[in-house]
Ligand binder design. Structure first.
Ligand code: NAD
Ligand code: LMR
Length: 324
């Protein structure tokens, strides 16, 4: 039996508070894997973080070996095998996620450097803090000794939202839907693509009108985060933590047969998307690695949407070039 070190940043925040307990209870790696949990916060949130650590103790989780609560990144990332980079400001009503870029960017350059210096060389990093794709690019660029393939950003919440909406529309269960893709940026320019998706092995495009897809489904997935902020007064948290679990679990244990998931990863030029940005592609995971699903037919409408998301990420990149 081995022990894995898992780091959560922003662990006293909304998402961190969900994630820490789910991970410590064994829901990420299974009951057989022991966990050293490292929780990172800013100094002002250390009291709250120590409260979270006390509650984790009080759960008496069998697979939780140690808890470290700290405001020191070098301590938090020492020997880290899996990092959930959540700590960052969330947006409020009326904001776009990109409005957070300059405020949050420095966090990810500092944490990239700490990962480079202290983490396990085979670390897997999931960036959740917004704007997630460009924050992941900043962290990756500041960790030159770690493979770029270790850095990913979260599109799984968008993927799960799209599954739920398609399932409701087709009177099916979310598990009946396969081969859905969210391309691009975790922003309103993301492209939820149903052209390859199936429901119980039938093509979605043969079951649902294109009018509903283009005018209801796509905008509603793109704007789901803002809709939740409007209703809750706070951004999504439990669903975000759940998606983070799904993302890393599939990365570690593999995706289901005959299906794929959406992950934002360093672009390798596939589908004509520029290298040097973190872009969401359809991926299949096996043996702890991901591979982009290749040779999907991209129609004219999809091509326009893929390019629009790419253009937005290139613009975001320009704004933080000094940190790369
Ligand atoms: P929150 O404000 O409740 O918690 C964020 C926590 O991060 C706070 O406790 C804060 O003290 C901490 N923090 C700030 N700077 C830090 C640093 N340098 N090091 C460590 N911790 C730091 O916010 P939340 O609701 O948990 O959301 C966190 C982030 O996740 C936001 O940027 C939000 O927009 C984003 N988010 C992304 C997705 C996604 O799908 N990618 C989904 C939901 C939320
Ligand atoms: C989401 O998609 O719910 C998060 O990115 C939070 C947000 O700002 O919308």
């Amino acid at each position: 039996m081995s022990i894995k070190t898992i780091t959560i940043t922003g662990a006293a925040g909304q998402i961190g508070y969900q994630l820490a307990f789910r991970i410590a209870s064994g829901q990420l790696l299974g009951q057989e894997e022991k966990i050293n949990l490292k929780l990172l916060e800013i100094p002002a949130a250390l009291d709250a973080l120590n409260g979270v650590a006390m509650e984790l103790d009080d759960c008496a989780f069998p697979c939780l070996e140690t808890i470290t609560a700290t405001d020191n990144a070098s301590v938090a990332f020492q020997d880290c095998d899996y990092a959930f980079l959540v700590g960052a400001k969330p947006r409020g009503p009326g904001m776009e996620r990109s409005d957070l870029l300059l405020g949050n960017a420095e966090i990810f350059s500092a944490q990239g450097k700490a990962i480079n210096a202290y983490a396990n060389r085979n670390i897997k990093v999931l960036v959740v803090g917004n704007p997630a794709n460009t924050n992941a690019l900043i962290a990756m660029s500041n960790a030159p000794e770690i493979s770029p393939n270790s850095f990913t950003a979260m599109m799984r919440l968008d993927h799960n939202r799209a599954l739920a909406q398609l399932a409701a529309k087709t009177d099916a269960h979310v598990t009946d839907i396969k081969k859905l893709t969210i391309w691009g940026n975790h922003s309103t320019m993301q492209y939820p693509d149903i052209y390859h998706a199936t429901v119980n092995d039938q093509k979605v495009i043969n079951l649902i009108s294109l009018d509903w897809i283009k005018n209801t489904f796509i905008p509603s997935v793109q704007q789901r985060g803002a809709q939740i902020i409007k209703l809750r007064g706070l951004s999504s948290a439990a669903s975000a933590a759940s998606a983070a679990m799904d993302h890393v679990r599939d990365w570690v244990f593999g995706t289901a047969d005959n299906n794929w998931i959406s992950m934002a990863i360093p672009s390798d030029g596939s589908y004509g998307i520029s290298e040097g940005i973190i872009y969401s592609f359809p991926v299949i995971c096996t043996n702890g690695s991901y591979e982009i699903v290749q040779a999907l037919e991209i129609n004219e409408f999809s091509e326009i949407c893929l390019k629009a998301s790419e253009a937005e990420l290139l613009e975001e990149r320009k704004a933080i070039e000094h940190l790369l």
